[in-house]
Design a binder for this molecule. Structure first.
Ligand code: ADP
Length: 167
């Protein structure tokens, strides 16, 4: 039987840290589904379909990786795919508390699903989508953190936002 895993997240936007994790995961699992959460509560900069499109481009050419979005409870989505492994990234100790709480909450919600944590290459252990958005606003050079098409999309999006706020 094929061993599959779901890698859920907001991916607002995808960074080389996420991509590093996906590359590690496909060495272990026969199929990895990158699942973009349609979570308006997090107030993402990019729409769900924009985040999915960018991820699809980022994993193009990688075998056994699929990109989807989901809007139901994460454990319900994973169960509906008949998968019982969820992947999450751990960058630093600071991620630990949040991830630990979430993993245990999810275990209460569905005891059949195991969460597996993976560490990215240390080059990316400081990288976060949140910080990327903050430095993008002040015009930082981001090519070492993100594929060029992700950076372009962010720039366009921020310009669009700025225009709207001036109206
Ligand atoms: P969240 O799902 O918590 O809203 P993200 O979309 O940023 O946030 O992250 C999805 C998953 O990828 C989380 O497990 C997060 O810890 C992990 N992650 C985020 N950035 C990196 C990175 N630079 N390297 C490795 N994993 C990361």
């Amino acid at each position: 039987m094929k061993k599959k895993a779901v890698y859920p997240g907001t991916f607002d936007p995808v960074t080389y840290g996420h991509i590093d994790l996906i590359k590690r995961a496909v060495k272990i699992f026969d199929e990895v589904i990158v699942a973009v959460a349609d979570n308006a509560a997090k107030n993402p900069l990019l729409s769900t379909s924009e985040r999915v499109d960018l991820l699809k481009r980022a994993v193009r050419g990688m075998k056994n990786v699929k990109v989807e979005s989901f809007s139901e409870l994460m454990v319900d989505y994973v169960e509906s795919k008949k998968i019982n492994v969820v992947l999450r990234g751990l960058r630093m100790i600071s991620d630990f508390e949040y991830e630990f709480q979430m993993a245990l909450t999810n275990r209460k919600l569905n005891g059949n699903i195991e969460v597996i944590f993976m560490m990215p290459n240390e080059l990316y252990s400081f990288l976060s989508s949140k910080l990327i958005k903050e430095v993008e606003v002040i015009g930082a050079e981001l090519s070492q953190f993100l594929p060029f098409f992700v950076e372009k999309k962010l720039k366009d999006k921020l310009k669009e936002q700025l225009k709207r706020s001036k109206k």
